[in-house]
Write a protein that binds this ligand. Structure first.
Ligand code: LLP
Length: 400
């Protein structure tokens, strides 16, 4: 990819996504379950750019959404309503209402109280709500505590006993149709065995439900498939899929998965320009025009993102890559080897396609970066850079 040309054309900081790579990732995962009924529901939160969603919708993907905003984005991008799942621990009445009116595939419930709300709203609208229940299988995903979700100490889902109670209640309701089971135990799992272990637990519940004449059609295994940021071994998709199939033990269901990072993580980079170098005593800092507001993962999770210098330069020494925000936590990389940089040199922050732009903010009144998609060698702007006027637009009308 010609980073120099892209930076010149669109400015920096700039997110660039390789749409061909997105297709490859999607196809790989879809094929891992070939021969079985499956639905790959891309987790919109990872990267919710409309053009990314449209690209995936064209490939046949479904969508996993965690707010009605994400549902609306998916629909706007051409998603089929019956391929949309709406999850999340706290859905408002309005969100539930719109989800029901949109005739999406299923609402994923995360508490008993939510079942009651959905039932009441469905009744009011004279509709039947298709639901799944997020089961917390109490399995340790062995990932960063902030992105581990399958333990009882996490806020997500309901325990097995509560889930069964909810399924019975749902079965007996005139306005609820239980169609799915769901679990998601964490993100960036480079060992998928914990997902398979969880699948075994949930698969057992599936057969118990069957004996209660609750016919579940969708077995949703969540997302979480990890990617290589540094030296993590790539996940073996064949073993992952085979493990899930074995856990299902021949039960006839559609396998749903909700990958976010796996689809877009290594499909995107963040290009940033060097502003200058500085030394505090012996400590070398390279100050760049991207900051924690553009990519918060290093600050928030101590996440590693590879950084590549664009161009040739032999002189290496270690440095921190830092942004202009007034926080010591504002760094993109620490203690990495880099050539001597001068103002205007470009750095490419790798593996930034997932939870990069989607977690960006306007902190320090910084405009959010532009986003560009590249497909078959052709680049196009898919989100323009924000302007100062965009940032103050919601306030100016109230200014006295
Ligand atoms: N399904 C559910 C119910 C989820 O909560 C998530 C992610 C996914 C699917 C997609 O997971 P993935 O395949 O991308 O691992 N901001 C963090 C990641 C938070 C993930 C939250 N849930 C990060 O930057 O690492």
């Amino acid at each position: 990819m010609d980073y120099r040309n892209l930076a010149k054309k669109y400015g920096t900081p700039l997110y660039v996504y390789d749409f061909n790579h997105i297709s490859t990732q999607y196809t790989q995962l879809k094929s891992a379950f070939s021969g079985r009924k499956s639905l790959v529901c891309y987790a919109v939160k990872a990267n919710s750019n409309l053009s990314v969603l449209k690209h995936l919708a064209n490939l046949g993907a479904g969508f996993d959404c965690v707010s009605i905003g994400e549902v609306k984005r998916a629909l706007m991008a051409g998603a089929k309503p019956y391929q949309i799942i709406f999850s999340g621990v706290g859905k408002s009445d309005d969100e539930i209402k719109i989800a029901l009116q949109s005739e999406i595939l299923m609402i994923n419930l995360e508490s008993e109280a939510e079942l009651d709300r959905v039932e009441a709203i469905a009744k009011e609208l004279n509709k039947t709500a298709r639901i799944s229940i997020r089961i917390n299988p109490d399995v340790d995903a062995k990932t960063h505590p902030y992105i581990s979700t399958g333990l009882n100490e996490n806020k997500f889902g309901v325990d097995i006993v509560t889930a069964k109670k909810m399924y019975l209640k749902a079965k007996n309701s005139a306005h609820i149709e239980p169609v799915g089971v769901h679990f998601h135990i964490g993100s960036q799992l480079t060992d998928t065995q914990p997902i398979i272990d969880a699948a075994k637990i949930v698969s057992k519940i599936l057969s118990e439900l069957k004996s209660l004449e609750i016919d579940i059609k969708f077995f949703d295994i969540g997302g979480g498939v990890g990617i290589t940021y540094q030296d993590e071994e790539a996940v073996n998709l064949y073993n992952y899929a085979q493990g899930i199939l074995a856990a299902l033990n021949g039960q006839d269901v559609t396998i749903v998965c909700e990958p976010g990072r796996f689809i877009v993580g290594n499909s995107g980079v963040l290009i940033t320009s060097v502003l200058y170098e500085k030394f505090n005593k012996n400590k070398r800092f390279v100050v760049v025009d991207a900051a924690m507001n553009d990519l918060i993962r290093p600050s928030l999770y101590d996440a590693h993102h590879g950084v590549e210098f664009v161009g040739e330069n032999e002189q290496n020494s270690t440095c921190d890559i830092v942004g202009p925000i007034c926080e010591s936590g504002d760094f993109l990389a620490k203690n990495i080897w880099l050539p001597t940089c001068k103002s205007g040199d470009l750095l490419v922050v790798k593996s930034a396609g997932a939870y990069g732009f989607s977690m960006s903010s306007n902190y320090n009144t910084r405009v959010r970066a532009a986003e560009v998609g590249v497909e078959d060698g052709k680049d196009r702007l898919i989100r323009r850079r924000e302007t100062f006027e965009d940032l103050v637009a919601f306030e100016t009308e109230f200014l006295k």
